[in-house]
Design a protein around this ligand. Structure first.
Ligand SMILES: [Zn+2]
Length: 371
């Protein structure tokens, strides 16, 4: 019997929409194991490299643009691992834990010495590995369902924009994804309860942004993502008030702050003497902030300030800042860019009895849920 053409072999049965998730990007090596039989393919030369019974440990690295497996040169820059059984491919993460993935795994050489790993699987199976990472499995069902629909919409826009690229979406940069290892009963049920449902706005699938906590008001998309034109407007959202990420504070020594600014190419001569937001968005978030010394000053955007001082330190741009005892003291509300759905607000709404459609229409006003 002739072997099946490679493209048939690589496509799972049915018409499920697939997503290509980059789970390792431009790293020197990766360790993969497979519990059970499968096949290595060479995507470049359209050939089967070998069948295997199982793989206890395969170390992948790249030299001169060729992928090596346990030191053996495959003479290819794109290897595919396909397993006969679902959920049998495991990739070792940076903590040394083996994470189980559904679907297939592509190992792609990047430049001379790096590799990228792309996990390809049906969209809804991917979302099953996203919802438990973006929420908590113990959250009420309506919040989990809202997260499933938002994450699916966000992912689908990346699929639609990903044509011609090696992958559609990056984990964890775009949204968190924990593979099959992350799946739980409650979160998988939320994915199945909302199977195929996405948000649309003006007839197009919405790139449904979300984040941890808005601090009382969401943000206009155009203020954060200039390319996001025609986006649902910001809303007042009192629901997250009092939840664990509603307030934050951070302080940093003035000298330390100057160094961080300098590293980002923002030079101040001498000690910082004043720090002042100079422009706000309507929501009250800092649009621009000015750092001054006796000699000069620099103005950066609120989001640049988060990037330079650390996204987990300056958790939002909804802050006040002052200088005291040689330190910059920030006090703020919320965590994240605040465009779209506030995750902790959605949890509180669900506890108050709102269903997932109501949660989604609160955070994404004017949208519809469609299949
Ligand atoms: Zn909120």
């Amino acid at each position: 019997m002739l072997p099946r053409p490679i493209n048939d072999v690589l496509r799972p049965a049915g018409s499920a929409r697939l997503i290509r998730v980059a789970i390792v990007v431009s790293k020197p090596s990766a360790v993969i194991s497979v519990i059970g039989p499968g096949t290595f393919y060479d995507k470049i030369h359209h050939r089967r490299i070998k069948r295997f019974g199982s793989i206890s440990k395969a170390l992948f690295n790249v030299s001169d643009g060729n992928i090596f497996v346990n030191g053996r040169n495959t003479k290819s820059s794109h290897i595919i691992i396909l397993s006969d059984m679902p959920q049998s491919i495991r990739l070792r993460d940076k903590f040394g834990e083996n994470i189980v993935y559904r679907g297939r795994m592509d190992i792609i050489a990047v430049g001379n010495n790096s590799l990228t790993i792309v996990n390809t699987l049906p969209l809804d199976e991917y979302i099953m590995g996203v919802v438990p990472r973006e929420t908590f499995p113990a959250w009420p069902a309506a919040a989990l369902r809202a997260q499933a629909v938002a994450a699916r919409s966000f992912a689908l826009t990346h699929i639609l924009n990903g044509k011609g690229k090696e992958f559609d979406i990056v984990s964890p940069n775009h949204q968190l994804y924990g593979g099959a290892s992350a799946e739980t009963l409650s979160t998988t049920k939320a994915v199945l309860d909302t199977q195929g449902e996405v948000l649309t706005y003006n007839g197009k699938v919405l790139c449904a942004f979300f984040y941890t906590c808005c601090g009382g008001k969401t943000e206009e998309a155009k203020n954060i993502f200039p390319s996001a034109n025609k986006y649902p407007h910001a809303v007042d959202s009192p629901y997250c008030k009092g939840t664990k990420h509603y307030s934050w504070s951070f302080s940093i020594a003035l000298e330390n702050c100057s160094q961080k600014l300098k590293r980002a190419g923002k030079y101040l001569t001498g000690r910082i003497t004043t720090v002042k937001p100079v422009k706000y968005f309507e929501s009250g978030r800092v649009a621009q902030i000015k750092f001054s010394s006796k000699f000069n000053s620099v103005v950066i955007t609120g989001e640049e300030c988060r990037k330079i001082l650390g996204y987990n330190n300056i958790r939002s741009t909804l802050f006040k800042v002052r200088i005291k005892n040689g330190r910059l003291q920030f006090v703020g509300r919320g965590w994240g860019h605040a465009v779209g759905m506030c995750q902790w607000g959605s949890k509180v709404m669900a506890e108050k009895g709102f269903d997932y459609e109501q949660i989604l229409s609160h955070f994404y006003p004017g949208t519809k849920i469609e299949r």
